[in-house]
Design a protein around this ligand. Sequence first.
Ligand code: URA
Length: 236
Amino acid sequence: MPTSDVERKRATLEALGVTAWVRRVPPSAAPVPPNLEAALPCVTAPASLPSADWDGLALEVAACTKCSLHAGRTQTVFGVGNHAAEWLVIGEAPGAEEDKRGEPFVGRAGQLLNSMLAAIGQPRERVYIANILKCRPPNNRDPRPEEVVCCEAYLQRQIALLKPKLILAVGRIAAQNLLKVETPIGKLRGQEHRFGRTGIPLIVTYHPAYLLRSPGEKRRAWQDLLLAERIYRQLP
Ligand code: URA
């Protein structure tokens, strides 16, 4: 009989025929210093396996307390859209409006994102939209590395469930975290990348909130969207 949560989840995944990968900790690993344990709770905690299906995963995210952001949220913002979507749009983190409504990109930046997507024939209803973080950082500050680490498995699981044909990373935070680089966004946009080991084509463009502040960059964002659309059309 499985005794721990991890074992129970592993048993469920095995019953579903899903291979469960667990990060191994070498038995000889030195104990984690207490200050690091506090700073990186998800790195030092025992590996946990996110749920295998959309509903289970959504429930798990809604109950998440892995990082300190849970204390300030109204609710988690899981993601929204078509589970059969071929495009996955990934932003940074919920803002005030998203935290209130529980849905990504519903504020002013979201309206611009909707128009951008509609303009290339991928309206909001057709795509799936998620963020790097599921909880709002206070005062809309940038996500901290430990928060990204805590949330990473949820987004990975969403990607595994959705199996998108194309990922559109909007903004520097999404792009750098998905590609695991620190390259400036100006150098990441305008070309095709691949997402990790999945090989899914990934296109980077500017965040719509940035475009609202810098409308002169909309021309470049439009070029990025056309590139994404062209790559998508050429996919097998
Ligand atoms: N900005 C983001 O990156 N994501 C949202 O959901 C809202 C604003």
